[in-house]
Write a protein that binds this ligand. Structure first.
Ligand code: CP
Length: 309
């Protein structure tokens, strides 16, 4: 199989075949501890994060180490940008050290795309502004497939702050590409007006929207990206859009619950639901390492990979 894309900036860079190959490879990494060991020996992965991260950054680092690569982690606040160096100079200086893969998280939508135009190094978008978070959507897809045994035809409800969520955008693109049906639900002020063009069902009422869904994905309110308060009170938000025992009474018995993290327990999801047997939240984290191993492997080997099934 040939992995066509040099960079992974958006789900739109990936064909259905690419996605299937990434998931096959990720499953192999997950089930076989020795598979892939030392395959990226001598390679260097650089993570450059301009926003905080617990899961994405550490799982890319863990994935690199499991494949035998070295990793170097640089944060925006720990770089010489605080002394006035520009983003362009920072990027060019990192590239001058000849890394094999650069993983970027940035608060501006499109920043990894700009890097990909300036640099020769393969780039993975680890989340850019409101735009996309492709590795998150891929690990979510792997988690859904594990839980449900398929993707095609599944109804997946994404709930909360859709307007400011790169996770929602990447998941909508990926679920549609793989034959699932995404739906969104949230307060009108947190649903972007342009979503109607995406041919996706929008609901403002969680109790009715949740009724026939196979998967529900809860999202955090991205206060750091909101220009002003977009709902009256937290109490009102929890009442109408929080996932609680009360809301689950309307859901199918076998519906599974996901959340990309970080959780705001007691806001978009109640603590007992986050920790319930329906919750796949920690499985998502487990799969994050395997999916990121697959991405590093495919990009680090220039797309030449053989997975025997
Ligand atoms: N899901 C996610 O991107 O988590 P982090 O912000 O902790 O990386």
């Amino acid at each position: 199989m040939g992995f066509k894309s040099k960079h992974i900036l958006s789900i739109q860079d990936l064909s259905r075949n690419d996605i299937s190959e990434i998931l096959k490879l990720a499953k192999k990494f997950k089930t076989s501890q020795n598979f892939g060991k030392n395959l990226l020996n001598g390679k260097t992965v650089v993570t450059l994060f301009f926003e905080p991260s617990t899961r994405t950054r550490s799982s890319f680092e863990m994935a690199a180490k499991r494949l035998g690569a070295s990793s170097i982690n640089l944060s925006g606040s720990g770089s010489s940008m605080v002394k006035g160096e520009t983003l362009l100079d920072t990027a060019q200086n990192i590239e001058a050290m000849n890394p094999d893969i650069l993983i970027i998280r940035h608060f501006s939508s499109g920043a990894p795309y700009v890097f990909s135009k300036m640099l020769k190094t393969p780039i993975i978008n680890a989340g850019d502004g409101f735009h996309e978070h492709p590795s998150q959507a891929l690990l979510d897809l792997m988690t859904i497939e594990e839980a449900k045994g398929k993707t095609t035809g599944l109804k997946v409800l994404i709930v909360g702050d859709i307007a400011h969520s790169r996770v929602a955008r990447s998941n909508i693109l990926l679920l549609k590409k793989m034959g699932a049906r995404p739906f969104v639900c949230g307060p009108p002020t947190l649903i972007p007006p342009d979503l109607k063009k995406w041919d996706i069902d929008i609901s403002y009422d969680l109790q009715s929207a949740i009724q026939d869904k196979d998967v529900v994905m809860m999202l955090r309110i991205q206060e750091e990206r909101q220009m002003q308060n977009q709902f009256s009170t937290k109490r009102e938000y929890v009442k109408y859009y929080g996932l609680t025992h009360e809301t689950l009474k309307y859901a199918k018995k076998d519906m599974v619950i996901m959340h990309p993290g970080p959780l705001n327990r007691g806001t978009e999801i109640s603590p007992e639901i986050a920790d319930s047997p329906h919750s796949l939240i920690l499985s998502q984290v487990v799969n994050g390492v395997a999916v990121r191993m697959a991405l590093l492997y495919l990009l680090g080997l220039g797309g030449k990979v053989e997975v025997r099934h």
